[in-house]
Design a protein around this ligand. Structure first.
Ligand code: AMP
Ligand code: MG
Length: 491
């Protein structure tokens, strides 16, 4: 039996300027570290066959499966605000697309599979640490219910990659509803290739926004659609304490999925100015800055689409501004609705926003753990005697004062305590990929070839909203000496 991928490729049928045809570079001794079996089944792949040596060779890029049409996609991008007219997949190769069990077209891409014409001076490879980080965090995001690319597999290559030191090399198999980015549009816009922009926009509409095709102003509607999805996505990030870390336009997906897990991390103590990325010295991509940056990225997308908006560019600019103008309200609506749920409110009243902001302010002032404060608030809603939430505050009295007002507000709603706690536990995770846990798992794998900690962490994070008493320690924030202050991009 050989592994069969039911490829139905569409991107590689677009014009040649969209990509470079290139095969993965074979590696010495591929070994499968992890296969995401449920995802394999969802994609119509046989997980047992993927776990054979032949499967590992495919997932490492050593063997190209039948029906694949391997390409590196072209894109440009603003990196930390600086425009780079050509980036592209420098270490990723799209094998092809399959239609999953729900009828959704999904890219299957190898990340770390060798050089491409877009590699510039890079080696086209990935180190094990960042591959495990992407696997853990992307799958955790999925379990949290947040749109994201997925991880199908991780393999070690049996080769070393040279970074500051020699590190084990690895390949991640990434699955996405597409890998089309704001930067993909920028690639053609900077070349003034309006035909290509139109082709790309039509492809995106057919693939991600099919309800818009045949409407009167499909390209305006496309921009509005991406604006809405990005606004909702970033709201979801903030509601779980996620910091992407490198929101460059090339890491900003047109489908509205979280993509490109580099120096990303979840914050422990609530701090709106939190940054983890070692390369983000200015705090451009700090936690609370993410909505503003998403809008900045969308404004770059709008600029690319202007030629499709009509002959009169003044009018086109006005129209684009109006569409972008919807971002703050869409974001704020999603964020505020999410916060109301997090504090257990079923209804909306004047004063709610201020009440919740006062909690966040007290959390920031008192270095309260973001995840545990909300989870413990659910306990407090279920049982007025449960007072673990206050222990998250350096000055517990700050919580008590707030909780009095909160309980008054809850009393205006008819739901029972148990009902409220259930609702809150469904939106306030207890388990997030704590950065110190992710780092510990990476150290065990890289230094000792020990994947048991990785397996266990992935298992716990697959059920982030469930109390898992056997794994209670995974909910704990880091001790002072376990705190991870910086996360490296690790490319
Ligand atoms: P990233 O920071 O991962 O979003 O990557 C930014 C750009 O650098 C993309 O064009 C990547 O393909 C490229 N890149 C990152 N690491 C490497 C590498 N090791 N070899 C070649 N290209 C790379
Ligand atoms: Mg990237």
């Amino acid at each position: 039996m050989t592994v069969h991928f039911p490829f139905q490729n569409s991107y590689s049928a677009l014009p040649d300027s969209f990509f470079a045809r290139v095969a993965p570079t074979p590696v010495a001794a591929p070994r499968l570290i992890k296969l995401n079996r449920p995802l394999a089944v969802q994609l119509g792949l046989d997980p047992d066959l993927l776990e054979t040596p032949e499967g590992a060779e495919i997932l490492a890029g050593k063997t190209v499966p039948d029906g694949a049409d391997p390409i590196a996609m072209a894109y440009a991008g603003h990196q930390f605000g600086q425009f780079v007219p050509q980036l592209g997949d420098g270490r990723a190769i799209l094998l092809g697309e399959v239609i999953d069990k729900d009828g959704v077209r999904r890219d299957i891409q190898l990340k770390g599979s060798g050089p491409t014409p877009f590699s510039r001076r890079g080696d086209g490879r990935a180190a094990l640490g960042p591959v495990l980080r992407e696997y853990i965090v992307s799958e955790a995001m999925h379990a949290l219910g947040i749109p994201t690319t997925r991880s199908l597999a991780a393999v070690v290559t049996g080769e070393h990659v040279i970074r500051e030191t020699a590190l084990p090399g690895a390949v991640l198999t990434r699955v996405a509803s597409s890998h089309i980015r704001v930067g993909t549009f920028q690639f053609f816009a900077v070349r003034r290739d309006t035909d290509a922009i139109r082709r790309l926009a039509d492809h995106v509409i057919a693939r991600h926004y099919p309800e818009l095709s045949g409407t009167e102003r499909p390209y305006h509607a496309l921009l509005a659609g991406v604006v809405a999805r990005q606004a909702e996505l970033v709201a979801r990030w903030l509601l779980v304490g996620f910091i992407h870390g490198v929101m460059n336009t090339d890491n900003s997906s047109i489908s509205g999925e979280t993509i490109d897990y580099g120096p990303c991390a979840f914050m422990d103590a609530y701090n709106p100015a939190q940054v983890f990325s070692s390369i983000d010295e200015m705090g451009r991509y700090a936690y609370a800055n993410q909505p503003r940056i998403a809008l900045w990225n969308l404004t770059r997308l709008a600029e690319c689409l202007l030629p499709l908006f009509g002959e009169e560019q003044d009018k086109a600019v006005e129209q684009a501004q109006e569409i972008l103008g919807a971002f703050p309200e869409t974001f704020s609506k999603a964020y505020q609705a999410g916060l109301r749920k997090k504090v257990g409110l079923f209804t909306e009243r004047d004063g709610d926003e201020a009440l919740i902001q006062d909690l966040l302010d007290a959390m920031a002032k008192n270095q309260a753990d973001f995840t545990l404060t909300f989870r413990r608030l659910g306990d407090a809603a279920g049982d007025p005697a449960a007072d673990d939430a206050r222990a998250e505050f350096m000055d517990p009295a700050a919580f008590d004062e707030w909780a009095r007002r909160w309980r008054e507000r809850l009393a205006a709603e008819p739901q029972s305590a148990a009902e409220r706690q259930t609702a809150m536990n469904a939106v306030n995770p207890i388990f997030i990929p704590r950065n110190h846990r992710v780092e510990a798992v990476i150290q065990a794998a890289v230094n000792n070839d020990d994947y048991a900690p990785f397996e266990e962490l992935v298992k716990v994070l697959a059920r982030p909203y469930a109390d898992q008493p056997d794994y209670a320690a995974y909910a704990d924030p880091p001790l002072p000496d376990q705190r991870v202050l910086q996360t490296f991009c690790g490319t």
